[in-house]
Design a binder for this molecule. Sequence first.
Ligand SMILES: Cc1cc2nc3c(=O)[nH]c(=O)nc-3n(C[C@H](O)[C@H](O)[C@H](O)COP(=O)(O)O)c2cc1C
Length: 197
Amino acid sequence: MKLLHLDSSIMGQGSASRTLSAAIVERIVKAHDDVDITYRDLASEPISHLTFDAFMALDSGKDVQQFLDSDVVVIGAGFYNFSVPSQLKAWIDHIVVRGKTFARGETGPIGLAGGKRVIVALARGNVYGEGSPYQAFEHAETLLRSVFTFMGVTDIEFIVAEGLGRSEEARRTGIEGALERVRQVSPDSAASAMAGT
Ligand SMILES: Cc1cc2nc3c(=O)[nH]c(=O)nc-3n(C[C@H](O)[C@H](O)[C@H](O)COP(=O)(O)O)c2cc1C
């Protein structure tokens, strides 16, 4: 199984999303002896913003190929200014490539990157879930769902820790609750494999 693990938080070891993405990867690795991991820290080794030349060339080199080659993609993302870290957005801009991850069909775009599983660990300071007055301010989960769905990925899962900015106690319990949910994540390359569906 090829696993691509991306982190994008700028907070180093204090990062909640890094803690969670590492726990997800650990869970998968413990269940399989054939996991081939590629790790990328998009904060310490940022990739460039998309340029006109790269966009026109329809070739984002190793980024798009690395994504296409992976069976499972685990992403750690902090929630920054209502969206994903710009480091992660830069990576997205390099993997949404016509002819590689999507194509133009007669009735609209067609995703070409199906068959893989994406698991996102997302850490938010405030609360944005159903019923929250800030629900419409959430542009990280919505963005990532849209982007991966556009590319044909149907197996997308979020482990969200939120309300982390409210107090030290809220941060601790928010991360603990999310780690508990990580323990429910299927460690297989397809989420449905564990459910037997
Ligand atoms: C630059 C920056 C911007 C942030 N913007 C928001 C925000 O818009 N909404 C929010 O709820 N929390 C915001 N936060 C709080 C983070 O979502 C929270 O600290 C979370 O733990 C980030 O994940 P990380 O610990 O993996 O970096 C922001 C934090 C930083 C550092």
